[in-house]
Design a protein around this ligand. Sequence first.
Ligand code: G
Ligand code: G
Ligand code: MN
Ligand code: NA
Length: 254
Amino acid sequence: VALRSALQQAIEQSEFELHYQPQIHSPSGRVIGVEALLRWHHPARGYIPPGEFIGLAEDTGQIIPISDWVLATACRDGQRLNALGVGRTSMAVNISPMQFQRPGFLESVEHTLEASAFDPTLLELELTEGVLMESAERAIHALDALRELGVHIALDDFGTGFSSLSYLKRLPINKIKIDRSFVREVISDHRDAAIIEGVVTMAAKMELEVLVEGVETAAQHAFLRKQLCDTFQGFYFARPMPFDDLVRFMREQR
Ligand code: G
Ligand code: G
Ligand code: MN
Ligand code: NA
């Protein structure tokens, strides 16, 4: 109850921020996209990570105003970022299950894109396997409609859910994000390496893009490069950061 009313205040007082984590095309070193990550800047308690309130917000329905704010802010910042001439940069936004399943989600994406004048082909929605599995037919339908708008779809935390490969085959997605749990011990555990190598090969043949998450060390990066992974996200390259720091980061990269 305390957290719930604190969240209500956060919504009303705009205590949320988005931080942006760069996604790197490793052969060129260029930032090709960023992922928007929600941060709650509580006046007394400091930053509260989304893991501590997203679940509750889902239960109370507060996720709806929060995620409307996230999408609008990410599109606005994505538009601003691309207008700076620091290179074409996509904007990835995490979509929660309730948000995706709500009637009117498609319309809200369409409306937000229009209001922000953000190029739809630069917006990438990140969905987890679980979200899409709830109702496969509906999900496929909704993804088709989003892709009609030009929006890209990434399957987040890939490999940690329970979706089947026959299901993956039918999903109209653009990208697979390999979960960071496969990266942590990739150098010492040949099974992690085998999984990543297999997913990368499969994705290439299915004409899907792949991004490897959670790369924290130079050694992991070097190892994964040898396995033909070329797009990465992780603390080794950059942590999530406020918009102004992101702009500085991207200017220094050039
Ligand atoms: O950035 P961090 O490690 O705290 O993120 C924790 C979790 O919160 C991740 O699973 C991430 O996908 C999720 N998350 C971050 N930002 C958002 C957001 O804007 N909306 C939703 N639904 N989830 C988010
Ligand atoms: O579930 P999702 O992939 O959206 O979660 C993204 C979360 O992963 C963010 O909260 C981000 O802070 C975190 N993250 C990003 N890069 C790394 C990394 O290299 N190591 C770890 N441990 N977490 C990371
Ligand atoms: Mn994500
Ligand atoms: Na992920």
